[in-house]
Design a binder for this molecule. Sequence first.
Ligand SMILES: [Zn+2]
Length: 174
Amino acid sequence: MTCSGAAATALAAAVLAAGVSAGADDDAIRDLRERHLVVPVQGVDRDALHDSFGDRRDATRRHEALDIPAPRNTPVIAVDDGTVAKLFRSKPGGITIYHYDPSRTYAYYYAHLARYAEGLKAGDTLRRGEIIGYVGTTGNAPPATPHLHFAIFKLAAAARWWEGVAIDPYPVLK
Ligand SMILES: [Zn+2]
């Protein structure tokens, strides 16, 4: 797909620069698969997903997320139980949500939203399948290509929502 995912990439790059290894991906993917996450866009079948994690965006950056095309305003749903870590607006990601899994091992990241679900706020408890926002094109998504940019980060020990290593969501959800 077409968005840069620069926020996610910058996040992962910062962690890599701090000396955290990205090598344990296979363990994380296995761990996450056991959680049976739901596809984060309502009505989208697993079989319709296309891996876009490794897409090159320029010489130095990878996409490190899964793009899920859907009509504007399609409900975005929580992939897992957990809590809202942060509601965050950024230039590349637009309107975004960081969602901690119940163990705070991972953060799920949803970007380019049209808007949040009514009343959603940091600290809220989330239930898998709950509507948390709506598909849009905020941030650097092309206006004619509404999609959800979805990423998963394995958090650093401090469990800070902005520090983690990007895990490919595709083999987790497929
Ligand atoms: Zn993307």
